[in-house]
Design a protein. Structure first.
Length: 439
């Protein structure tokens, strides 16, 4: 059996910092994205299924004395459900509680335990349900918990540029900082499609062929429906979820249209809306809100729909690298989702809080991604699959600049080319590979 690959995760420094001052820390993200491995590597390496070479561990490289419990184990799960208060009271000094969303009864017990003794780093939780969409769970630990988001792997991490002891979000730093000097790099070409089809889930990437990777993604969706979805909803018709997710994959990077998603199903729009929320809770899809301003009145306010991983989207659509070559429209949508997810994932370990939007007016002029910092600084990213860029490709970015005013920092067109070059003041054409490769 081949040894599993442990990818250094750039968010590890945020996890270590959180454990030093927060009594409860939650690693928050989809199943199979690496939450358990990150928790064990950082705090309890003796519990790793494969110990391997310690050089692959995180930057701390130490056992912090945490005990590990998984609620995927039915005995542990049933015991915790039977007596939540007693279970928490009997826990060791420091614990990792894996997949804690499977025992929601524990949240009140953890709250009471923390209120009695507020020591940092007592509870390290992992959860595969979006707590922001479950008010009861998030409110019970408000002020006591710090959430560390973890996504599937970025290209930055996959190419070996991640260093957990020296976190960097070089592309976003350049976007809001010194900009992009003139440089050249290799065009991605067919590699771009391969990266889109592969996605970012470690277990899928461990499969030897694209066909085996696609099988993993399809099995992954079925497993979520049968296990996690049943844990968090009483809806009976869960067989709708894989079909709805497939429909959403066909609409990724498009404006969210609930009626359009509901039309193939014999269900009401409110019911389909509930299913969409459920898929969001499982980190399978998300809505990217529209950026708007009082300066421009004719802006579209509908969010865009994005699947959270392009490998998952490609597998659900049955699309491989050959099919992408024939369908440029679908390729354009998946490239946009690919870029958005890469940037959003990189922002998760950046020290400066960052929000993402899209921009579109009633005339159809748009910018694919709008990124705003807490300082108010705004940058725009337009995505183009082609290997060339012209001045007309900056039309949406220039309109965004007009709407933002002095807060506008930079607008770039990411394209599948070789040269980074300016297109006037504060505008650049930048090769897509620059998102993870330093010049």
């Amino acid at each position: 059996m081949s040894k599993p690959v442990f990818y250094p995760r750039s968010v590890e420094h945020r996890l270590v910092e959180a454990l030093e001052d927060s009594p409860v820390v939650l690693i928050h993200g989809p199943r199979q994205c690496g939450k358990t491995t990150l928790a064990q590597v950082t705090c309890a390496p003796n519990y790793l299924a494969w110990s391997g070479d310690r050089s692959v561990w995180g930057h701390s490289r130490e056992d912090r004395g945490y005990r590990y419990f998984s609620f995927d184990d039915p005995v542990t799960r049933n015991g915790a459900r039977a007596d939540p208060m007693g279970f928490v009271a009997d826990l060791p000094e420091r614990v990792i509680l894996d997949e804690v969303q499977r025992v929601p009864e524990l949240f009140d017990a953890i709250k009471l335990s923390v209120d009695r003794r507020r020591a940092p780093g007592r509870f390290l939780l992992t959860g595969s349900t979006n707590v922001f969409l479950v008010p009861k769970l998030s409110e019970s630990l408000a002020g006591r918990i710090q959430i560390v988001p973890l996504h599937p792997l970025t290209q930055f991490e996959l190419t070996g540029h991640s260093n957990p002891s020296r976190p960097d979000a070089g592309f976003l730093n350049a976007l809001f900082g010194d900009g992009f000097p003139i440089f050249q790099c290799e065009r991605l070409g067919g590699q771009l499609v391969e990266k889109i089809v592969a996605g970012g889930y470690p277990a899928a990437l461990a499969r030897p062929t694209p066909r085996r990777q696609a099988n993993w993604y399809r099995d992954y969706v079925e497993a979520l429906v049968q296990r996690d979805a049943r844990d968090i909803t009483r809806v009976r018709s869960l067989d709708v979820l894989p079909r709805l997710l497939r429909a959403a994959a066909a609409h990724t990077a498009q404006l969210f249209n609930l009626s359009g998603l509901a039309s193939p199903f014999e269900l009401s729009r409110p019911s389909i809306g509930d299913y969409v929320t459920l898929l969001e809770r499982l980190f399978l899809l998300e809505r990217l809100p529209a950026w708007h301003s009082n300066r421009l009145k004719r802006l579209v306010k509908s969010p865009k729909l994005h699947l959270t991983d392009t490998g998952l989207a490609a597998a659900l659509l049955g699309t491989d690298t050959k099919a992408f070559t024939a369908d440029r429209t679908l390729l354009g949508s998946l490239v946009e989702t690919f870029v958005y997810q890469e940037l959003r994932r990189q922002a998760s370990w950046r020290d400066t809080p960052t929000e993402f939007f899209h921009f579109r007016d009633k005339d159809g002029v748009e910018t694919d991604i709008v990124i705003e910092q807490t300082s108010g600084a705004v940058a725009g990213v337009e995505i183009k699959v082609a290997a060339t860029v012209t001045s007309t490709d900056f039309r949406g970015l220039r309109k965004l600049e007009k709407a933002v005013g002095s807060r506008f920092v930079r607008g770039i067109v990411l394209y599948d080319g070789e040269t980074s070059i300016p297109f006037g003041n504060r505008f650049h054409a930048v090769p897509m590979s620059r998102m993870w490769c330093m010049p």
